[in-house]
Design a protein around this ligand. Structure first.
Ligand SMILES: Cc1cc2nc3c(=O)[nH]c(=O)nc-3n(C[C@H](O)[C@H](O)[C@H](O)COP(=O)(O)OP(=O)(O)OC[C@H]3O[C@@H](n4cnc5c(N)ncnc54)[C@H](O)[C@@H]3O)c2cc1C
Length: 289
């Protein structure tokens, strides 16, 4: 199909993009990498009056690391983050190659994926696992939306229609953190049927000091399973303790059935992936001296 008619403008700065968005409100859409928006337009699932292309706003293209925070501008492509992560952030290095295909990652932006809010997308779960946030700029000024407050439902976030997400911030886990990432998809590059990302930190005696477990593909939004941390905190991560944490986390999920998987299948797979990723993370965590 072809999209319904729309007007198009190339914004040369974030301020210019905001001007345009402010004029049309809910009738406008930001165009970043276009990997989700263009198919949505072609299927006429969205009929914006105006597309505001931010690819001319080069001020949004920066990826920087400072004071334990990774800041990713709205024009940073997924492929750029993937390359950076290879030497800096193994959790992301494991996850990014599973986000679509090389061609979609070369064009698709990190922030575009975060705010598109597909419940089966990998990056929103990484945002939750890394205590991340999205910075939103609108006519009323700038606000920082923590990942845990960003996701409201499938393809729905706390962003207002006239707001631009200018950057995402991820708390870097540090070299001591162990990581695990796994998903089940029918074919490489497909959206996951279920997936999990885990981080674990341990003390010199080997006990867990902190843990993060985030799921995707198992509900209307990505899910941060705080119960996993509560089960593991202060404990030695033995296989039985990890299995208990994974079971407890999966029990909190409310997955939905669709053409691809039943509720029971998704919950079962989520429990298995939680156990695997937590075990991997606990095994990789470095004990501080
Ligand atoms: C074949 C195929 C396979 C894919 N597989 C996967 C997969 O396995 N996992 C996965 O996670 N994704 C997958 N995707 C989606 C892809 O990764 C997209 O790149 C991503 O979801 C959106 O990023 P984008 O930059 O292309 O955003 P766009 O398509 O440009 O925009 C997506 C939405 O976000 C809004 N938006 C974008 N940027 C901003 C901003 N800065 N401020 C406010 N609103 C904004 C747009 O208005 C639009 O509503 C796949 C896509 C394709 C075509």
């Amino acid at each position: 199909m072809k999209p319904a008619p729309f007007d198009y403008v190339l914004a040369r700065s974030a301020a210019e993009a905001l001007d345009h968005l402010g004029q049309v409100g809910a009738d406008g859409k930001v165009l970043a990498g276009g990997q989700s928006l263009i198919p949505t337009l072609n299927f006429r699932l969205a009929r914006p009056r105006l597309l505001v292309d931010i690819n001319g706003a080069t001020e949004l293209a920066g990826l920087r690391e400072a004071d334990g925070t990774l800041t990713v501008g709205a024009l940073v492509r997924q492929r750029t983050l993937e390359r950076w992560a290879r030497t800096r952030l193994p959790l992301f290095a494991d996850a990014l190659p599973l986000v679509g295909h090389l061609a979609t990652r070369t064009r698709g932006t990190v922030v575009g994926s975060l705010v598109h809010a597909d419940p089966a997308a990998e990056l929103p779960a990484l945002l939750l696992a890394c205590d991340g946030a999205v910075v939103a700029r609108g006519r009323a000024g700038e606000r920082v939306i923590p990942g845990r407050d960003l996701y409201r439902g499938p393809l729905t976030t706390a962003l207002d229609p006239d707001e631009l997400a200018t950057e995402a911030r991820f708390a870097l886990p540090g070299d001591d953190a162990g990581w695990g990432f796994a998903e089940v998809a029918r074919r490489h590059g497909d959206f996951a049927l279920a997936g999990a990302a885990a981080l674990v930190w341990r003390d010199p005696a080997g006990r867990v000091t902190r843990a993060r477990l985030a799921f995707f593909g198992v509900g209307g939004t990505p899910v941060l399973a705080g119960v996993a941390e509560r089960v593991l905190a202060g404990e030695t991560p033995t296989p039985s303790r990890i299995a208990e944490a994974a079971r407890a986390a999966a029990a909190t999920l409310t997955p939905e059935a669709d053409l691809h998987a039943t509720v029971e299948y998704r919950r079962r797979v989520a429990a298995v992936l939680a156990e695997r990723t937590l075990a991997a993370a606990a095994g990789r965590a470095r004990l501080p001296r």
